[in-house]
Design a protein around this ligand. Structure first.
Ligand SMILES: [Zn+2]
Length: 234
């Protein structure tokens, strides 16, 4: 898995540049039958866009990162208890071209075998990516409200009334409960028992400082240059 940095610099959310302290991960499914993550990335990188997630994944090994992980994304709206935008890192999964939306979150399946294959595969990419973020931030994937879907955020009162990701997963027998268990298993045993190695063993260090402010300043310079950066206290 590689993180491809594609800053959505034209998106007003990117330009707002507000920071958050990430507390967890919110999963989204894009809601259109578009399997190509690059198309979704381009759609987000527009001056008129009114939403932006941190990342988009497809079936490939690439994760497209649109915002630094600690930027405040516009991914879930809000509810009576506030907004998940203030605490969650977000990503969109693409959807197969073999489904057709009829109304809202209802869809018909034009090719059940292909649809099933796509959804099972992207689920696995999502598990690996979520495990990566958990490792980066020290999240406990099975902790309370640490990894949630958009619809779970809605039920918590911190997101708009959308049905993703369950509107896709339910019909394939997948669930967020299973997802959280699978992310925990991935963290303990990267790649699973088939022996696939963890694909992100390298971290590049760009500086070391006594003063936190100087560290933050370097992070800002790196982000302006299009890199994903973070500060870790040792
Ligand atoms: Zn959503």
């Amino acid at each position: 898995m590689d993180i491809i940095v594609r800053p959505a610099t034209k998106n007003p959310c990117y330009q707002a540049g507000r920071r958050i302290i990430p507390k967890g991960i919110m999963l989204h499914s894009i809601g259109v039958p578009q399997p190509d993550p690059k198309v979704i990335v381009n759609n987000f990188n527009q001056p008129g866009a009114d939403s932006c997630v941190h990342a988009v994944i497809g079936l490939g090994e690439e994760v497209y990162q649109l915002l630094p992980w600690d930027y405040r994304a516009w991914h879930c709206g809000s509810g009576p208890n506030g907004s998940g935008n203030n605490t969650y890192i977000s990503f969109e999964m693409t959807e197969p071209s073999t489904i057709k939306y009829t109304s809202a979150a209802n869809w018909v399946d034009l090719d059940p075998a292909a649809t099933r294959s796509f959804i099972q595969q992207i689920y696995k990419v999502a598990v690996r990516f979520a495990a990566y973020l958990c490792r980066l931030y020290g999240f406990d994937p099975e902790g309370k409200d640490v990894i949630i879907s958009h619809v779970e955020g809605y039920r918590m009162g911190i997101a708009s009334n959308h049905a993703d990701v369950e509107h896709i997963w339910d019909r394939e027998g997948l669930s967020m409960a299973q997802f959280r268990r699978d992310v925990a298993a991935e963290l303990k045993n990267p790649g699973g028992d088939d022996g696939e190695e963890e694909k992100l063993p390298y971290i590049v260090q760009a500086g070391a400082f006594q003063d936190e402010e100087n560290a933050r300043r370097l992070v800002e310079q790196l982000e302006v240059a299009g890199f994903s950066a973070y500060v870790r206290k040792i």
